[in-house]
Ligand binder design. Structure first.
Ligand code: 8DG
Ligand code: MG
Ligand code: MG
Length: 149
């Protein structure tokens, strides 16, 4: 069933892992406003998942990542948001300070899109901030752990 020409879109988001922490920012958006989410955005025409991950992380945080690894994919239908949407979301991961092309430990994220995000912070996986953005919340509640995947 298709409503008002709306179609599912593909998003690529990135778990940046540092020690026991992940990078999250509080959204300013008509989808998941004021919830904590990963850096990421829309897959552009012709892009690989890795390219999209690197571009979105650079655009949003200034961090340079060369090699993000595929982790998992989820289907996210969000009809209750002010802007109804449906995303197939690709989750990638990068371990900070490990391997060629990973950001160095001392590199700190910058809030390069302050109209879309309140700011980036490192949060321990065992003490995640609330509320989490729906797609991430669903994974956490299902027991997903990016450190053991
Ligand atoms: P762009 O113009 O830079 O491509 O898009 P954006 O402004 O960065 O888009 P976004 O909302 O940050 O990401 C696109 C969609 O990805 C978002 O509306 C829903 C989906 N998405 C998830 N989980 C997450 C997540 O943890 N973080 C982000 N940023 N998006 C997510 O399903
Ligand atoms: Mg973006
Ligand atoms: Mg984004």
């Amino acid at each position: 069933e298709q409503k008002n020409g709306a179609v599912p879109r593909v998003a690529v988001v990135v778990f940046l892992l540092k020690g026991r922490s992940v990078l999250l920012g509080r959204r300013r958006s008509s989808v998941g406003n004021a919830t904590f989410a990963l850096p990421g955005g829309h897959l552009e025409f012709g892009e690989s998942f890795e390219e999209c991950a690197a571009r979105e992380v650079r655009e949003e945080t200034g961090l340079k990542i060369a090699k993000a690894e595929f982790m998992t994919v989820t289907n996210n239908v969000m009809l209750d948001e002010p802007k109804r949407c449906h995303y197939v979301t690709i989750f990638m991961k990068v371990i900070v300070g490990v391997g060629v092309g990973a950001p160095k430990e001392e590199q700190e994220p910058q809030n390069l899109e302050p109209n879309k995000c309140d700011g980036w912070g490192w949060y321990e996986w065992d003490h995640l901030p609330q509320p989490l953005f729906g797609p991430l919340d669903k994974m956490v509640k299902a027991g997903f752990n990016p450190f053991s995947s």
